[in-house]
Design a protein around this ligand. Structure first.
Ligand code: NIG
Ligand code: FE
Length: 407
């Protein structure tokens, strides 16, 4: 498949900004990116697709549109049963997330609702959520298990995630999550089961690419976390961490020490932690939904960026701490409260987010990368960052193929 895309007013690679750009795509990857009037001879007789159209302002009609890389969401819990509206209302009145969890609600409530749902239901509900993400330009999604807890229930979640990967337009990255110790289990027994049975089984069956641990008060200790992550590494799985969300546990430094892809949350992280991330190259992922909704300190994305951390942004979509359906709102919150520039926020949800999945060929518009991109319904590519609560997306492409709008 060979194709040239024209009609682009403004494009972010995301690190570079181009005007009046064109793209050449072959077999799902970019083979040329540059100014339209310097399109090399060899691409001129390829089929052309004009991405322009209505545009906005002076460009309408027959104008040009903005283009940004496909948005990468490198931290979600997209598969679950039920919802936690009741808990959300209680928390809005001042009850704490931690107290609700300790009383057997919170994550445990979603575990019960997930157990009660069939595999087909879990698939259909997640598919519907993924469609909402696609319409906003999300072309790659990491999805964690973690609402099964019991071995068979975790495997069931991972099978749902695999089916999503086989059927959805987006690229799906499955992660096995050690979330909390299930009721009725002794901690040591659960950690032993997780490391000696579940991780080997998941590695054998190829049901996950990575293992993540919720290392925090009320979840797993730093010592337990180290054991789980070392088992994952032994089985050639990549590792990620939920780090420093509720309490400061030292999880960020552990992530850096073990060469994790990313340390996520970071509400309670310190300059020392950022140094460790910067040194190891481990991505620091901020989750603006969880920080703002749970009324925690907003991670200092500016200071992290300036300390040399590769900062990513993700939705952390889940029914409890972050019922966030919009990566754009996440970027907006991070530019306002985390003091990133708009251009940096875009890098954090594209190129850097892809690094949090171990992928250098996603989240960027450059020769050799996968041709995943978003056509903005405006001649300004950053218009969706400017408009709070409204996301002007014209079309979404994955591997050079239009996947939104469908048909
Ligand atoms: O990333 N922090 C732990 N896990 C999820 C929350 C899951 C839930 O509340 O259901 C998170 O915020
Ligand atoms: Fe999470």
């Amino acid at each position: 498949m060979k194709q040239v895309f024209t009609g682009i007013a403004e494009l972010y690679t995301p690190r570079k900004r181009l005007e009046r750009a064109a793209l050449a795509v072959q077999d799902g990857r970019f083979v040329w990116v540059g100014a339209e009037d310097s399109l090399p001879e060899e691409y001129r007789d390829w089929p052309h697709i004009d991405l322009g159209g209505r545009g906005e302002g002076p460009s309408a009609p027959g104008g040009r549109r903005g283009v940004v890389p496909g948005i990468v969401d490198a931290h979600t819990h997209l598969v679950y049963g039920g919802n936690r509206l009741g808990e959300y209302l209680k928390r809005a009145r001042g009850e704490s997330y931690e107290a609700i969890l300790a009383a057997g609600g919170g994550i445990y409530a979603t575990v019960r609702a997930t157990h009660a749902a069939s595999e087909d239901e879990l698939y259909e509900w997640a598919k519907a959520r993924a469609a909402l993400f696609l319409a906003q330009g999300v072309t790659a999604i990491e999805i964690k298990s973690g609402y099964g807890l019991l071995p068979e229930a975790e495997l069931r979640m991972l099978r749902v995630i695999r089916r999503l990967g086989e059927t959805l337009a987006q690229r799906i990255f499955p992660t096995l999550l050690a979330h909390v110790v299930p009721g009725g289990w002794e901690r040591e027994k659960y950690v032993a089961m997780f490391t000696r049975e579940l991780i080997p089984e998941v590695a054998r069956s190829g049901l996950a690419e990575a293992v993540d641990v919720f290392c925090d008060e009320g979840a797993f200790t730093l010592k337990e976390t180290r054991g789980i992550l070392e088992a994952a590494l032994l089985h050639n799985l990549k590792i990620k961490l939920h780090a420093e969300q509720i309490a400061h546990t030292g999880a960020t430094k552990l992530a850096a020490e073990l060469g994790a892809l990313s340390a996520d949350h970071l509400e309670q992280s310190t300059p020392d932690d950022w140094q460790a991330l910067a040194k190891s190259g481990t991505v620091g992922t901020v989750l603006p939904g969880a920080a703002v909704i749970l009324r925690k300190p907003f991670p200092d994305a500016r200071a992290m960026w300036d300390a040399g951390v590769r900062v990513a942004i993700a939705t952390d979509h889940n029914p409890g701490s972050s019922p966030l359906y919009s990566p754009w709102l996440g970027m907006q919150l991070t530019l306002s409260l985390g003091r990133l520039s708009a251009e940096e926020a875009l890098i954090a949800h594209t190129e850097n987010a892809a690094l949090a999945l171990g992928r250098k060929d996603l989240g960027r518009i450059e020769v050799g990368a996968q041709a995943d991109f978003v056509v903005v319904d405006s001649n300004s590519a950053l218009q969706p960052l400017y408009r709070w609560g409204h996301t002007p997306i014209h079309a979404v492409y994955v591997g050079g193929r239009r996947v939104f709008p469908p048909g």
